[in-house]
Design a protein around this ligand. Structure first.
Ligand code: R5P
Length: 296
């Protein structure tokens, strides 16, 4: 026990200095409790207000995706460069070293494989398990307009109820059926429904026309998925355009781990998202790092 000498003599009351109330830096998150805000601040860097999430949860419905056949070899070296990992609990436990790992967002829905109707998902993770794994957030797929739309929305709302109980944010991932049009009108609908029903942040796709209207009418942060592999410069242009139009970062997978130089690509994405470096300059950095070897 500390001794009491001097304990009653304090004069540093600063009576004339009003306590400064610090607002929270993320859109729509000001009224949440400390634990939930703290977890969001582990995902989003408070200095830039943005995140670079490295997504490699694809195996939860499609097995060993190209670039993810050996996560220990392809992804583990990238872990220190990401703000956040988006992955399944199986891969987390099996392959990700706990020491030094960044925030983790756990895939919390699943069920059908790529061979079946994808919208027919169930909740696939217990909130106690998420707490045990020190998850920063839970991710759930929402299929607006899909065959099992209502079921997927209920998966979201049940996870939001559990997440709010324990201070764990929920990321709603807007999934677009193959037959649906990917335009701003659809993404305004899907992202807004997710936010209205309690998602703490939403993942969607970038669209070339009207993306700023998607971010402006969604009351919580939006991050974009990378989508299918593009030439590196195009992927960087997409990330730059998305953040310029109000996205709070990226949750990018294939455009990083399927790149010929994944570490250089991840560094380039970080420069665009966190430092506001142009896609062209980031691409030049990427090429230099690629030629000089990863980490150059
Ligand atoms: C889909 O399997 C997951 O939600 C991915 O995390 C998401 O699509 C992001 O990965 P990518 O950038 O490869 O689209």
């Amino acid at each position: 026990m500390a001794d009491l000498e001097g304990a009653g003599e304090s004069r540093t009351y600063h009576a004339g200095v009003p306590q400064r109330d610090v607002g929270f830096f993320l859109k729509g998150m000001g009224h949440y409790d400390w634990g939930l805000q703290n977890r969001m601040a582990r995902i989003f860097d408070p200095r830039s207000g943005r995140t670079v999430m490295l997504a490699f949860d694809h195996g939860y419905f499609q097995g060993p995706t190209s670039g993810l056949e050996r996560i220990d070899l392809s992804i583990v070296p990238l872990v220190p460069l990401a703000d956040t990992l988006m992955l399944t609990r199986g891969v987390l436990r099996s392959l990700i070293p706990p020491a030094g790992a960044p925030a983790v967002v756990l895939r919390a829905s699943g069920g059908p494989s790529v061979l079946r109707e994808l919208s027919n998902e169930e909740i696939a993770l217990d909130v106690e398990e998420a707490i045990r794994l020190n998850a920063a957030a839970l991710a759930v797929q929402v299929f607006i307009g899909g065959e099992h739309e209502t079921k997927s929305v209920h998966n979201l709302t049940r996870l939001v109820d559990q997440g709010n109980r324990y201070g764990i944010p929920v990321l709603a991932v807007t999934a677009v059926g193959r037959e649906m049009v990917r335009d701003a009108k659809y993404f305004r609908l899907a992202t807004r429904i997710c936010a209205e029903l309690g998602a703490h942040y939403v993942k969607t796709y970038y669209v070339a026309e009207g993306f700023d209207t998607v971010t402006s009418c969604c009351p919580v942060p939006i991050v974009i998925a990378g989508g299918k592999k593009l030439p590196e410069l195009d992927a960087l242009k997409m990330a730059a355009a998305a953040v310029a139009q109000g996205a709070s970062g990226v949750d990018m997978g294939r455009n990083i781990f399927q790149s010929e130089a994944p570490e250089a690509m991840l560094r380039a994405v970080r420069a665009v998202v966190h430092e506001g470096v142009s896609a062209e300059v980031a691409h030049a950095l990427h090429l230099r790092a690629k030629q000089g070897g990863e980490g150059a």
